[in-house]
Design a protein around this ligand. Structure first.
Ligand code: FPP
Length: 242
């Protein structure tokens, strides 16, 4: 689903996506183990979801674990997976009560069996909600997502069900994991790094990018409010003239 807007209208973002970076540096700056940074990062996730609901944001997508994060030491990967388990177990009831639909994008088949079950349970429990769609990118990589979509289309061509010339942008977008999400209006990356790191590469074609120096665990209600205000002040032209 592409963004239906064709020009800047000063409206708040419909879809915010966040690269939650800087947990490790937040911890190091305080002389704490990296795990403490990830734990505080999970608290920032709770606060951000709550504030998105208050602000009326309709879609929030969080980059929780990239397909490249497996390269980290096993103990750190375990910490991150345990935090995700805990988050889903502890939050799902409240998220459901608040009208949040939870969904996951990424290669879930590589996750531990119990996490796959939690993910499926979270998705099915909250399927009917539409106040806020919270998408958690877990073992996600944008290039792999695009390759999968292209493979699906190629299989249809091979089966004789699709003409190559009939493939257009809308069709490819509908074969991505994000098919039922509007493109993100605003992508935030915390911690001062300025890159997308294989996150929503197709979907970010016209996203506003906001790079903040704040480490993710310090991202709070005020930071989200500021980000939304900065977004509202940006002029979006989508390739047209101002
Ligand atoms: C980047 O910080 C953050 C991650 C790799 C993981 C993000 C995970 C969480 C915020 C916690 C759990 C998530 C949910 C949805 C409950 P980094 O470790 O790369 O920090 P550094 O660059 O300072 O080392």
């Amino acid at each position: 689903m592409a963004n239906p807007r064709t020009k800047d209208d000063g409206a708040p973002p419909v879809h915010i996506a966040i690269i939650m970076d800087g947990n490790g540096r937040w911890a190091a700056a305080k002389g704490l183990p990296r795990a403490a940074g990830h734990r505080q990062g999970a608290e920032a996730v709770r606060a951000t979801v709550k504030e998105c609901i208050s602000l009326g944001i309709r879609y929030l997508t969080l980059f929780a674990f990239s397909s490249e994060n497996w390269k980290r030491p096993a103990t750190e990967v375990d910490t991150l997976m345990s935090l995700l388990r805990l988050y889903i177990r502890q939050e799902i009831k409240e998220l459901n009560r608040s009208g949040v639909r939870v969904r996951f994008i990424g290669a879930r088949e590589a996750l531990a069996d119990d996490i796959i079950r939690l993910v499926e349970h979270a998705e099915s429990t909250t399927r009917q909600n539409d106040r806020l769609t919270l998408t958690i990118a877990l073992n996600y990589g944008s290039r792999a997502e695009i390759v999968r979509g292209v493979q699906d289309l190629a299989a249809k061509v091979k089966a004789g069900d699709l003409e190559p010339a009939a493939i257009d942008e809308t069709m490819l977008a509908s074969h991505l994991a994000s098919a039922d999400l509007p493109d993100p209006d605003l992508i935030i990356r915390t911690s001062g790094e300025q890159r997308l790191s294989n996150f929503l590469l197709w979907q970010s074609a016209y996203s506003e990018l906001l790079f903040l120096d704040t480490f993710w665990p310090d991202f709070d209600q005020a930071a989200l409010g500021d980000a939304v205000r900065i977004f509202a002040g940006r002029e979006r032209r989508f390739g047209a003239r101002g």
